[in-house]
Write a protein that binds this ligand. Structure first.
Ligand code: BGC
Length: 804
């Protein structure tokens, strides 16, 4: 393996789905899992192709109840290419791992060029050996194109190879075993046909959302002696015969175009797909333009971290860029928690953009803006949800997909017990603050006042309005409270034996709501007068409301116990879990909630968290900002209290989400504390080692992938974009980055700003442009760097993390 490749040697049926996710190729518009083209979906293989934002909603009956789920639809498979040997001994079976001996097999994901290469040698029952090399791409310059080159070399026989190249519309959503009782048959009206001697097509619709989908496939093959269409109801197929002579290679190129009726600038998807496939250049030319597009992407996302960590970070970045590329800027889509790589969480959008946008803001701000615009387009729906729940303002859904309604399932299956259980995670209203936070940080990083003053302000003000209205004044406490919510730690969805769901005063929710209200007040103050007037007229905002916002922002309740911030009111009354016993009894206790429920108990009874909850505050806010936030709320948060708080939750968290290791690693690294590397490492290997036990095969964890890259970029450098300056306060973690690492940034119109951290020094280069100089704020001084200048700055001495 090299710095830029991921290789898998030999076939490993148990790992195949994991490899398919990690070897998926995409371009932001669509992605296809790294499945073998000769294999259909079965217990081992799961080909899947997903177009960003293409959802369909189906009803199902589970546990005697009718439920509805909206899925990111698995679209027709464009990969199928099967082959078999023909000679005087007869025609063999279609070759795949179940019908032939796999003599050797290797799959290589090439990150710098966005290619997937596989080499396999099959031997059939007649002893005929054939070596296959395939090269695959999902085009990064033309987001509607994909291509597959297959090179066949017979080793010890002569005759003919039958090759069938197809588009398969018989697929369904069946990639997640836990969803097997739910309807997954989304594609209807499947038709196939031939547009030219070398070009077949397939079209269909999604069942309820009525999205029309079309694929066209051109097969380029100079060697074919025969071509013959073999369409069936749900497959468009073409059969080719290739003469075979030992050692002589025959090549088949499949060039595929994909369109849906959601695409702009098309008449109808079928015509668009056929035209595009017909007009597409040869495979070799497609590779050239694809490589140029990837070169440009990598230049904008340059990250130079040495060693194995650098290799993994490059893989993470690769999958982030394949899910959210510059093409995403043209789409109406959010951040799918599991990428476009699988069907877990049905392609839904949660709060995970909180872990993704900070990276994009400093490299692809136009993509961040599009992702925030996805939220703005659904503002009206969020206002309706708030109204229906009896509140003012905007209540964004915990899970969002097509139209912004709440998509969180109301029943979920515990695979440990086989029981369908009520799901209250939709009470995670803290997603509202995540949207507000992302708007504000986007503006700080980019200076895009046009967005902040328009869509940003419209969204942020309605979120603030929701929090102010949702908060209820408690006379006894003399404070505002947010009751009946669920915090980031999804384990606690109610008090033990309570008759209502939700817990009260989740510290994370209350503090981030206070922050949101404060920013909304700041925003009102900085809006240009005419615009403030427009907005306040439009949402019927009056001075009294601003007073309420100020009041709530200063007096939301934050519970404490025993010198630490309480995760929520009454947390300290919960029982202590006997962690050692559970660790001994069960190999893996990440999903403690499922284990306890299967035992007839409930995690609600214990001081046990799924993931970082209170500690999320240390992830979002640097210490000084967090202390100021608490001060404004009338609480003292000193270093000792924060340290005790970190210790308290560190040993009471099961890390049942990949986001948990990331946040713990970040918080400990910023505090230069022991354990930082342990958690950062856990986040780093989250997907490659599938630490959540089989979940990566159902889709990558995009938040953790982007978050680890951002850990290096912002976490370890202390990089903040505030008050028109770049603030830096490095907290090195040499286990992660080695002694020297670097990256480029795009900051307020400066492209390709280059930073390199060396022991005790910072190297900064600002490319020439007509932009204003950049002010760099270091812990002990401020420096101005002009466009075209390079400088080397001494850094104040820093402590390294505590050992251990
Ligand atoms: C986590 C959430 C996250 C979701 C999607 C869940 O397991 O608890 O915080 O948003 O996965 O990634």
């Amino acid at each position: 393996m090299t710095e830029w490749t991921w290789e898998y040697e030999g076939l490993a049926p148990g790992d195949e789905r994991l490899r398919e996710s990690l070897c998926a190729l995409g371009n932001g518009y669509f992605a296809t899992r790294g499945a073998l083209p000769e294999c259909d979906a079965d217990a081992v293989h799961y080909p899947g192709t997903y177009v960003a934002g293409c959802y369909d909603r189906l009803p199902s009956t589970v546990a005697g109840r009718q439920v509805e789920n909206e899925d990111l639809v698995n679209l027709p498979n464009w990969l199928p290419l099967r082959f078999r040997c023909r000679d005087e001994h007869g025609t063999g079976p279609w070759l795949h791992p179940d019908t032939a001996r796999v003599v050797d097999h290797r799959q290589t994901l090439i990150l710098n060029s966005g290619l997937l290469e596989r080499r396999t040698t099959y031997e059939d029952s007649e002893g005929r050996r054939i070596a296959l090399r395939q090269l695959r791409l999902v085009h990064m310059a033309d987001p509607h194109l994909a291509a597959l080159r297959s090179e066949f070399t017979p080793e010890n026989w002569s005759g003919e190879l039958e090759v069938q190249a197809a588009l398969d519309g018989s697929v369904r959503n069946a990639g997640v075993p836990r969803y097997r009782d739910l309807a997954g048959h989304h594609l209807v009206h499947v038709h196939s046909g031939t547009a030219a001697p070398d070009l077949v097509w397939l079209r269909c619709r999604t069942r309820v959302s009525d999205v029309r989908i079309a694929l066209a496939s051109r097969t380029d093959c100079a060697d074919a002696t025969l071509r013959h269409d073999q369409h069936t109801d749900d497959r468009a197929a073409q059969l080719l015969h290739l003469p075979m002579r030992p050692g002589r290679t025959a090549t088949v190129d499949k060039i595929v175009a994909l369109h849906t009726s959601r695409d702009p600038a098309i008449s109808d998807p079928l015509q668009a797909a056929v035209d595009r496939a017909l007009g597409a250049p040869s495979f070799d030319d497609l590779i050239d333009t694809h490589l140029t597009a990837w070169d440009q992407l990598w230049r904008r996302a340059e990250l130079d971290v040495p060693g194995e960590a650098g290799r993994i970070l490059r893989l993470h970045l690769f999958h982030v860029l394949q899910t959210l590329s510059p093409h995403t800027a043209e789409l109406d889509v959010g951040v799918p928690a599991r990428g476009l790589h699988g069907e877990a969480y049905r392609g839904h959008v949660f709060w995970d953009e909180l872990f993704v946008l900070p990276y994009l803001n400093l490299h692809f701000p136009e993509v961040s803006r599009a992702l925030l615009t996805y939220r703005h387009r659904r503002l009206e729906r969020a206002c309706r949800a708030a109204r229906d729940a009896g509140y003012r303002g905007a209540m964004y859904p915990w899970q969002s997909s097509s139209d912004g309604r709440e998509e969180t399932q109301r029943l979920h299956l515990n695979p440990e017990s086989g029981r369908w259980l009520p799901d209250h995670t939709h009470l995670q209203h803290h997603v509202d603050s995540a949207v507000a936070y992302n708007i504000w940080r986007y503006w700080e990083a980019t200076g895009d006042a046009e967005f902040l003053h328009t869509k940003g302000a419209e969204t942020l003000l309605q979120i603030a309005r929701f929090w102010a209205d949702r908060a209820a004044y408690d006379e006894d406490l003399g404070r505002y409270r947010l009751r009946g919510v669920v915090g980031p730690d999804e384990y606690h969805d109610g008090y033990p034996d309570a008759d209502r769901p939700g817990i009260d005063d989740n510290a994370y929710t209350n503090v981030t709501a206070a922050w949101t209200l404060s920013r909304a007040l700041d925003l009102l103050a900085l809006l240009p007068d005419p615009r403030r007037r427009e907005l306040t007229e439009r949402i019927a905002f009056d001075g009294g409301e601003a007073e309420l916002w100020r009041d709530v922002s200063q007096s939301l309740y934050v519970p404490f116990h025993g010198g630490v911030i309480s995760q929520f009111e009454g947390y300290e009354r919960l029982a202590e879990l006997d962690w050692d016993t559970y660790r001994k009894k069960y190999r893996d206790i990440r999903r403690l909630d499922r284990i306890l429920e299967a035992e007839g108990d409930t995690v609600n009874r214990y001081q046990a968290s799924k993931q970082a909850d209170v500690l999320m505050l240390g992830y979002l806010f640097p210490p000084a900002e967090l202390a100021a936030l608490f001060r404004r709320l009338g609480y003292a948060l000193d270093d000792a209290t924060w340290r005790r708080t970190v210790d308290h939750y560190l040993c009471r968290t099961s890390h049942g989400s990949t986001l948990s290791g990331l946040v713990h690693g970040w918080v400990l690294a910023r505090a230069r504390r022991a354990g930082a590397w342990k958690y950062a490492h856990e986040a780093l290997i989250g997907d490659i080692a599938d630490v959540q036990g089989g979940t990566t095969g159902e889709g990558i964890h995009l938040g953790a992938m982007a978050g680890t890259v951002d850990l290096v970029q912002r976490g370890l450098t202390g990089l903040e974009t505030r008050g028109d300056a770049l603030w830096l306060d490095p907290a090195p973690l040499p286990e992660l980055t080695g002694s020297s690492y670097g990256f480029t940034l795009r900051y307020q119109g400066h492209w390709g700003v280059r930073l390199r951290l060396l022991p005790g020094r910072l190297h900064l280069a600002v490319p020439a442009s007509d932009r204003s100089p950049i002010t760099v704020e270091l812990p002990d001084r401020a420096v101005t760097v002009r466009p075209g200048e390079t400088c080397e700055l001494d850094l104040p001495e820093v402590e390294l993390p505590e050992p251990g």
